[in-house]
Design a protein around this ligand. Structure first.
Ligand code: SF4
Ligand code: FES
Length: 243
């Protein structure tokens, strides 16, 4: 893009894949793009919570340099590239690594068809895991009378952590450890959900983008063909995420 084209943009707009996008005060690139109906792949971002910047799926190029769209502040005249072969290939690799790092039993998962990880993998054209599976042996916490925590499916997005702290005011969840040992912990005397303050109506109990936190006694309530991402691909449901 020529410098003349950037200079010609009105204040409060940037270019996303060649299209002009308006932004408001304090908007990040991802917030502004989503509000304007443009899809940028993401996993750990949610419009209602502070950005976390951990999954790196939303990585875009800002004036040629890589940055996480959920944390980069929008600025006038930015030239943002997102939907490119190079960036989508990187996203597919990140998704493949997430799939092999955990145990994602999609066909038997209650979240199948409405899972952000699965829908994003379809969107990025992921057809197989590519890498060797880790098959980790992770804990399933079924101690709570109404809720189930399956760490095999946790992608460490920290949304339950932020929801519990920022909305529920309970701090039920936290992320602990480093590198491959990073894991979700439950803040209770026994480390089990049953001894925590988590309730079924809490935001933290209903925010998980994958099938790691599930409600008991609800199984495949929405028939196949009518689940969220059966209706249309995630890139066509941007309005659901609009701040
Ligand atoms: Fe994210 Fe769900 Fe894991 Fe919490 S349990 S960190 S919401 S994937
Ligand atoms: Fe931006 Fe996860 S959505 S890093």
């Amino acid at each position: 893009m020529s410098k003349t084209r950037i200079d010609a943009l009105s204040p409060g707009t940037f270019l996303l894949d060649g299209q002009e996008v308006e932004f408001g005060p304090g908007d990040t690139v991802l917030q502004a793009a989503t509000s304007a109906g443009h899809y940028i792949p993401h996993l750990c971002w949610h419009p209602d919570f502070s950005a976390n910047g951990s999954c790196r799926l939303c990585t875009v190029k800002v004036n040629g340099r890589s940055g996480a769209a959920c944390t980069v502040q929008a600025a006038s005249g930015q030239n943002i590239e997102s939907n490119t072969d190079e960036l989508n290939a990187q996203r597919k690799t990140v998704l493949q690594m997430l799939f092999i790092e955990g145990n994602h039993f999609c066909p038997s998962c209650e979240k199948s068809g409405k899972c952000l990880l699965q829908a994003t993998a379809y969107e990025m054209g992921m057809e197989g895991p590519h890498f060797e599976e880790f098959y980790p042996n992770r804990r399933v916490d079924a101690s709570h009378p109404d809720l189930l925590l399956d760490l095999n499916r946790c992608i460490l997005c920290s949304l339950c952590v932020r929801a519990s702290a920022e909305v529920d005011g309970k701090n039920v969840f936290a992320i602990d450890g480093h590198g491959i040992q990073t894991h979700l912990v439950v803040n209770s005397p026994s480390g089990k959900l049953a001894d925590s303050a988590l309730k079924p109506n809490d935001t933290a109990a209903n925010i998980c983008p994958v099938g790691a936190i599930l409600h008991k006694r609800i199984g495949f309530a929405t028939p196949y063909g009518q689940r969220r991402f059966d209706i249309s691909p995630i890139s066509q449901q941007v309005e659901e995420d609009a701040p």
